[in-house]
Design a protein around this ligand. Structure first.
Ligand SMILES: N[C@@H](CCC(=O)N[C@@H](CS)C(=O)NCC(=O)O)C(=O)O
Length: 261
């Protein structure tokens, strides 16, 4: 087996990590992944050499102890080196193979994998215009997924404001994807690219809202994507087609089974 080209630390499983893993599988590259289920990440030292902490190290006086910022409620243990490499202190946290450079934001970890792989496969486009168009989709996907993150984290305390923001973001994003797929087989042209990988992972993560309807019931709200297949048929067909690709299936297969029931 070849040497890993990147290291990634994260909670697991995590669709944001799958972006890089799908690209790595398509490019026949290895990524070293370390991590644990979300509720266990407070037992880890967040570092390039991430490791489980000893019980006696898990106290507020540990210089690595920091308040969590987003998506966690526990004290987390992030080394100064981790914060230098990852200015926003988030996971997934990518590291160059030598550990010297932190690569943050899952879309950028994805880009790093593509840059390290065989350019002939075209995952990052075939020319500057295509690569830039892929970047445009990656940015739009990030904007959508940030909104989705806030929404999913607010499930037990949903406000009308939060819900309406998400509904608007979903409509804006899905309409754009639908529009693109009227003309193209994939998001950028007729070949699979990073844009499709990031779309599949982040859109799938948002669709987990369908499994959380019971948490919206008390405030009389319907999950936003309910029946959205009718309004955005190409978008959902694209996700389904991507999900049947063997490499996507490996990561997203079970995760997305609920969508196609
Ligand atoms: N847009 C980022 C999202 C990363 C993110 O927000 N991660 C959160 C967990 S979902 C985190 O690491 N939070 C650390 C903290 O709470 O301190 C990406 O795609 O990588």
């Amino acid at each position: 087996m070849s040497e890993p080209v990147l290291k990634v630390f994260s909670y697991l499983p995590n669709p944001r990590v799958w972006k890089a893993l799908i690209a790595a599988d398509l490019l026949n590259l290895q990524i070293e992944v370390a991590g644990d289920k979300p509720s266990n990440l407070d037992k880890w030292l967040w570092d390039h050499e991430a490791r489980l902490l000893e019980d006696h190290e898990r106290h507020s006086g540990n210089p690595a102890a920091r308040e969590s910022r987003r998506g966690f409620s526990q004290t987390l243990f992030k080394t100064d080196a981790f914060m230098l490499a990852h200015p926003f202190g988030t996971v997934p946290a990518g590291f160059s193979e030598d550990g010297n450079v932190g690569i943050f934001e899952s879309n950028s970890i994805l880009r790093a994998v593509a840059r390290l792989g065989d350019q002939g496969i075209g995952l990052y486009g075939r020319n500057v215009s295509e690569a830039s168009r892929i970047d445009g989709f990656l940015d739009s996907i990030l904007v959508f997924s940030r909104e989705a993150q806030e929404y999913l984290l607010a499930m037990d305390k949903m406000t009308t404001y939060q819900y309406e923001r998400m509904a608007e973001a979903f409509e804006f994003f899905s309409a754009g994807i639908e529009q693109t797929l009227q003309h193209n087989r994939f998001l950028v042209g007729d070949e699979m690219t990073l844009a499709d990988i990031a779309f599949a992972c982040d859109f799938s993560q948002f669709l987990r809202e369908r499994l959380m309807q019971n948490r919206l019931d008390p405030v009389d709200l319907h999950c936003i994507s309910h029946d959205a297949e009718t309004a955005y048929p190409r978008t959902f067909a694209h996700l389904q087609n991507l999900s049947t690709h063997a490499v996507f299936e490996k990561y997203l297969g079970d995760y997305n089974a609920h969508i196609w029931l």
